[in-house]
Design a protein around this ligand. Structure first.
Ligand code: PLP
Length: 497
């Protein structure tokens, strides 16, 4: 027999028409919590039971539960299920002391979001867990020579030059741009002048900026599938039509029959998340297509500093003269994410327009940090830090691979995984429910991301788990891995001894 909650959700589901099924279920459950149908500290039904009541797959419910958990609406506890949080996220959005008026007010505030704001809110997928085994893509931030960097910052702060204290309309600190020209030329074969560099607050801001400034609502953009959901959410928020392109061992497979793109978003050095490297023939094909269509390629070069073996792959931007490429780099992976400093190398024809608009939009700041970074690079500390981290991550990656090969088998290492980056993909069989495994692992303190969630086209989704190894010391890795192995056993991916 159906429960009262089942009845309520079924009624609400009929009123929800937009978005994927799991998002509709997520919205219904979230509204039920906001409206107190599901009060704080209530246990949610088991995913299998609710799936049965709503006539949807268990995966749909697990995805909805995961989104609720990521946004703080519920908490999961090992062995005792998923519970409505004591305080809903809405509670933190305003300062009224009256609890019930807070709820009413906040549900009203959410409804006040624009359509695109609401859509962005509902697709928000950034995990609240950003540290520990096996958070993907996080460098070991404790290893950065903070003392060295703060010495430079302290000196600059003591007697700051006026130029570092006022708005900039030059796209960032000149000395940092000069240091980057040299660094990018040597390390990434990027061809550019100082003028072509714009300092950003990271790749996210750069993608937001470029998609707003170079595209109109309704323009088309090609993206990798699977691909980086963070960039995809920004492109969607800005009204672009996303066209997923499959990925193989040579990187993105462009589909020339897809609508003419204004932007093509790629990760050529280390495809995110699978790890392949864009082959030379695909690079040429992409550049030719972009030139024919008058499109811009966004090259997201987020972690190319970390290639541990074999020859380094140069950037797509520098492959030919005057490529239609907007190159994006970041200090998030080489220094630490909270620094929020990145850079764009833009084609000469865009320099003055983009600089003016960027100054108009953001004004530009953090000049002292930028100046300190410039000195840090010029004094050789940056290159030395990268060299040291390469050695550390090489060891950690080798340790993780050894654990996988010894305890699971070498077929569990994804075949596109090159010796590069800050994460690797643990490949699971097609029948594996990577979302459920990821969720169980999370309740036991092990943070992994399910590979299937990186896909736009569900029918192509392969199963696996992203394992970040860079911020995990070997001892911690060993413990986390044994927890993960137990989860795989419970899901019949491995035999129980
Ligand atoms: C593929 C990819 N690109 C870009 C970023 C974000 O870079 P930033 O911190 O510079 O915004 C990430 C963050 O994890 C990423 O995985």
């Amino acid at each position: 027999m159906r429960s009262l909650l089942g009845d309520h959700l079924l009624q609400r589901l009929q009123q929800q028409t937009e978005g994927a099924l799991y998002q509709r279920v997520f919205r219904c459950l979230r509204d039920a919590m906001i409206e107190d149908v599901l009060p704080p500290k209530t246990r949610l039904p088991a995913s299998r039971d609710l799936a049965h009541e709503l006539h949807v797959s268990r995966n749909t419910i697990l995805n909805a539960y995961e989104q609720l958990q990521a946004q703080g609406y519920v908490e999961a506890f090992t062995g005792s299920g998923t519970w409505v949080s004591e305080k809903l996220p809405e509670t933190y959005l305003n300062v009224s002391s009256n609890e019930s008026s807070i709820k009413a007010q906040n549900s009203y505030e959410l409804k006040n979001l624009s359509k695109r704001g609401m859509n962005f809110f509902e697709n928000a997928a950034a995990s609240p867990n950003q540290w520990g085994a096996f958070v993907p893509g996080v460098p070991d931030v404790t290893e950065f020579p903070h003392a060295e960097f703060s010495k430079i910052l302290l000196r600059l702060n003591r007697q700051p030059s006026v130029n570092n204290l006022i708005y900039t309309n030059e796209g960032g600190c000149l000395e940092l741009k000069q240091a980057l020209v040299e660094y990018l030329r040597v390390a990434r074969s990027v061809k550019c002048d100082t003028d072509q560099i714009l300092i950003t607050e990271g790749i996210h801001q750069a993608v937001d900026f470029i998609s707003r400034v170079l595209c109109d609502v309704g323009d088309h953009v090609w993206v990798e599938d699977p691909g980086y959901w963070g960039a995809r959410n920004i492109l969607t928020m800005n009204g672009l039509n996303i066209h997923p392109m499959a990925v193989d061992h040579e990187g993105i497979i462009p589909d020339p029959t897809a609508p003419v793109p204004k932007l093509i978003f790629v990760t050529p050095s280390h495809q995110y998340p699978l790890g392949s490297h864009l082959s030379l023939s695909r690079r040429r094909q992409l550049l030719d297509l972009a030139r024919v269509h008058r499109s811009w390629i966004i090259e997201d070069d987020y972690d190319s500093e970390f290639r541990f073996e074999g020859q380094p792959f140069p950037s797509l931007q520098g492959l030919e003269e005057n490529t239609p490429v907007i190159y994006m780099g970041t200090f998030s992976k080489t220094i630490y994410p909270a620094l929020r400093v990145g850079y764009m190398v833009v084609p000469k024809s865009l320099v003055s327009g983009l600089k003016t608009i960027s100054a108009e939009l953001y004004r530009g700041g953090h000049m002292l940090t930028q100046q300190a970074l410039a000195e840090f690079i010029q004094m050789g500390h940056y290159a030395a830090h990268i060299r040291r981290m390469r050695l550390l991550y090489t060891k950690r990656r080798a340790f993780l691979i050894e654990l996988i090969e010894r305890y699971l088998g070498s077929n569990f290492v994804h075949e596109y995984s090159h010796e590069a980056g800050l994460h690797l993909v643990l490949k699971l069989p097609d029948h594996a429910d990577d979302v459920a495994i990821g969720q169980i692992a999370l309740t036991r303190g092990v943070k992994v991301r399910p590979l299937s969630q990186y896909f736009i086209q569900n029918q192509n989704a392969t199963r696996g788990l992203l394992l970040g190894f860079a911020c995990v010391a070997e001892k911690e890795m060993l413990m986390a891995f044994s927890v993960l192995r137990q989860c795989l056993k419970e899901h019949a991916i491995l035999p129980e001894n």
